[in-house]
Design a protein around this ligand. Structure first.
Ligand SMILES: NC(=O)c1ccc[n+]([C@@H]2O[C@H](COP(=O)([O-])OP(=O)(O)OC[C@H]3O[C@@H](n4cnc5c(N)ncnc54)[C@H](OP(=O)(O)O)[C@@H]3O)[C@@H](O)[C@H]2O)c1
Length: 341
């Protein structure tokens, strides 16, 4: 069986994630039993939810990573050997697998085939993957934007945000996004077709920026950031606004969370504030891919990715993504992609 490097959890972060929380180890993949599939990893996703899994006890919807064991996440790879009738050598697959060069999918569990003829393989970790489905669930099933309404998306150039805003634009809403650099704002208002955007890092306050860029208030908030951003949305939302609460990335590394000041507005403005987790909607993924691949092919949805090379750089890629270094969906390329070039 092939030798493989694995990234394991060395220790749990206190607040900010540090390189020493990870360890790169050498090992060998286990022999295949009946039903198993050996996968050579090509692309690996680093996602904000993994920060919660680094904490003792994980998060409400999933147990955490274990110290001394490899981290795991979404991987696109190629089947190198199969003892499973559903998968053949050379198939390209998606699976929840280790942070590693190779791994064995026991019983083929979590694997499904992906089609490189339809879209680049890495897209199945971003716009055509769970980040894209997250955007769909939050925007179309909770936010339900109507023509002419104002939709606000935070972390708008990221994996989820870029899709959320474009879906709202296709639905006919006026879409405003915020992001952490002028270059990111140019991307959302350019290729992604948002109607307006602002760089929250140089805005006097998020609330002042929202008053300026959303003069008619906010009807739908796609909340990726939490903290001051969410507080400003509560203050500036219109009565009966819908808040699809997707994430709170500004809070994940903090010892002491931001205390909301405008929480009373939920009552007085009769706001519909709904949190959601994409895994509850995983059964929609194939239908979502069918619809969204068409939007990408006909140019209605733009895609921005940020590919970091090398498994050994996965911890830094993850730490940097949490700090906003990524421009678009961040993935780590672990080995050559045979469908490219
Ligand atoms: N509910 C679910 O099922 C689900 C599924 C997937 C993702 N999510 C959530 O969706 C959000 C976006 O995730 P993603 O995968 O698309 O990641 P992403 O947006 O591609 O990357 C994270 C981005 O967050 C922004 N950020 C980091 N710290 C921030 C801060 N203090 N204030 C404002 N922005 C900050 C950075 O962009 P800037 O440069 O713009 O600051 C960074 O690039 C996260 O909150 C994540 O937890 C939820």
């Amino acid at each position: 069986m092939p030798m493989t490097r694995q990234v394991s959890l060395a220790s749990r972060p206190e607040t900010v994630v540090l390189p020493e929380n990870f360890q790169l180890l050498d090992g060998a993949t286990a022999p295949l039993a009946e039903g198993d599939v050996l996968v050579r990893h090509i692309y690996m996703s680093v996602d904000p939810y993994m920060r919660g899994l680094m904490n003792d006890g994980g998060v409400a919807y999933a147990p955490g990573f274990e110290i001394g064991k490899p981290l795991f996440g979404r991987v696109i790879g190629e089947v190198a050997e199969s003892r499973n009738a559903d998968f053949r050598e050379g198939d390209f697959v998606y699976g929840m697998l280790d942070w590693a060069d190779w791994s064995v999918a026991r019983g083929g569990e979590s694997l499904r085939r992906v089609d490189p003829g339809r879209a680049p393989l890495s897209y199945y970790l971003g716009t055509l993957g769970f980040p894209g489905l997250t955007a769909y669930v939050g925007m179309m099933m909770i936010g339900k934007p109507k023509e002419g309404e104002t939709v606000y998306v935070s972390a708008a150039s990221g994996a989820v945000g870029q899709v959320a805003g474009q879906l709202a634009r296709i639905a006919g809403a006026r879409v405003v996004g915020s992001a952490g650099s002028d270059e990111k704002v140019r991307f959302i208002t350019g290729e992604c077709g948002f109607h307006d955007g602002f760089n929250y890092r140089i805005a006097p306050t998020v609330l002042e920026a929202l008053r300026l860029h959303c003069p008619e208030g906010i009807d739908v908030d796609f909340e990726n950031v939490g903290g001051e951003n969410l507080d400003a949305v509560l203050a500036h939302a219109n009565s009966f606004a819908r808040l699809a609460v997707c994430g709170m990335i500004s809070q994940y590394n903090l010892a002491e969370p931001y205390h909301l000041k405008h929480v009373n507005e939920i009552v007085s403005k009769r706001l519909n504030v709904q949190g959601f987790v994409v895994r509850d909607h995983a059964h929609l993924i194939e239908q979502f891919i069918d619809e969204t691949a068409g939007h990408i092919a006909d140019g209605r949805i733009a895609v921005e990715e940020d590919v970091v090379q090398g498994l050994e750089n996965a911890p830094a890629a993850f730490i940097g993504m949490l700090a906003g270094e990524n421009f678009g969906k961040r993935v780590v390329q672990v080995s050559p992609d045979p469908t490219v070039g």
